[in-house]
Design a binder for this molecule. Structure first.
Ligand code: LMR
Length: 360
């Protein structure tokens, strides 16, 4: 069990559980067994809160569902902050783009209309930080340990420092995992992508990746993606399985191809004025709660994606394709030129430091 979980009262653990349940498929008993399996705990008693009215209220907006690595991390952060501050600091969570979506969450943060967001690293390019798109380079990372060498190393810190230029404070990174391709046909080789309109995040590296495969990139907000697939505005997309499953994309995509071609991760970012307004003690409390929640998120991100894949297999709504090593190599070769093509956008010094950090 993650250290963060140890100091949760039964009441706050119950609130975290209720927020974390995968509501899509499982019966109530299965849900509680699922979560007990997650945190390695026996079934939990209900308890009362006696919560006080918070003096400080942090508004945390994000675009995905609760049962995703990000949803779980943010809900745990909420419980830890409220628990450790004795209710003095409250955290209001707005998932599923309820409050702000991809198009406006960064601006809302800069204006102080919201206090915290956790966008994908692919979404910082459009606010003038193209160096973050280095995380989007296809087939860059062999595994999550390689990612951590960047996110938990000096390069990762330097990237977060750059957010100050935009009046934002970078607080930390966490994973979702590796992305898969989906469409209404198997995507096993570059020729399978030709002519497809593929939904992408607002990243020029990902757009170039799709063009290198002969597809047409279409930038759309995450919250619009499922509908755009249903209406045929786009033919396919890419995302880790936890996002694919929790958005119900299996109902509008007949084929999921396990390409593991790129990484999706997040950075937690605060409004700078809000951050400076907090006392030193409260900044430390919020930072520690976040580190604990992100540590937990990184521990369970992989299992969250595997559980979503299991649920997909059970549901039999989408055909799931595993690529042969030869097919994966063909894809890797087809998109390799993107690394060179986007070097100027990202910045050769960043890429130099990146390849040194990855030992490439
Ligand atoms: C996407 O837009 O596909 C993802 O970044 C959504 C998310 O935050 O996981």
């Amino acid at each position: 069990m993650n250290s963060a979980m140890r100091d949760l009262t039964p009441w706050s653990m119950r609130r975290f559980i209720m927020a974390a349940m995968p509501t899509r498929t499982l019966q109530s008993v299965q849900r509680r067994q699922w979560f007990a399996a997650c945190v390695g705990m026996a079934m939990l008693p209900a308890a009362s809160s006696g919560a006080t009215r918070p003096q400080i209220n942090l508004r945390f907006s994000h675009v995905v569902a609760d049962e995703t690595p990000k949803g779980l991390a943010v809900n745990l952060f909420k419980v830890l902050v409220e628990q450790r501050s004795g209710g003095r600091i409250g955290v209001q969570v707005f998932p599923n783009a309820q409050l702000y979506g991809d198009a406006d969450e960064m601006q809302a943060l800069q204006l102080g209309a919201v206090d915290l967001v956790a966008p994908s690293l692919s979404k910082f390019g459009r606010i003038g930080l193209p160096e973050f798109e280095l995380f989007d380079l296809p087939f860059l990372f062999d595994d999550l340990n390689a990612v951590r060498r960047i996110t938990q190393g000096p390069l990762g810190q330097r990237l977060l420092q750059g957010l100050l230029r935009q009046g934002l404070v970078g607080l930390g990174y966490f994973d979702n995992g590796f992305k898969q391709m989906s469409a209404n046909r198997p995507l096993l080789e570059p020729k399978d992508f030709v002519g497809l309109r593929m939904r992408v995040q607002a990243s020029q590296v990902i757009a170039a990746q799709m063009r290198a495969l002969g597809a047409r990139p279409v930038t759309l907000s995450f919250s619009e993606t499922r509908q755009a697939l249903a209406n045929g505005v786009v033919d396919g997309t890419e995302n880790p399985v936890s996002n694919f499953w929790t958005q119900g994309m299996d109902a509008v995509q007949s084929d999921l191809s396990l390409t593991n071609h790129g990484y999706l991760g997040y950075a937690v970012v605060a409004n700078q004025r809000l951050w400076n307004y907090l006392s030193r003690g409260d900044r430390d409390l919020v930072t520690q709660a976040l580190q604990d929640a992100l540590g937990f998120a990184n521990q369970m991100a992989d299992s969250q994606n595997s559980k979503a894949l299991d649920a997909l297999r059970q549901a039999r709504t989408t055909r799931i394709h595993t690529l042969s090593p030869a097919q994966r190599d063909l894809l890797r070769q087809a998109v390799q030129p993107v690394h060179l093509e986007l070097a100027r956008r990202i910045g050769s010094d960043w890429l130099q430091t990146l390849s040194e950090a990855l030992g490439q």
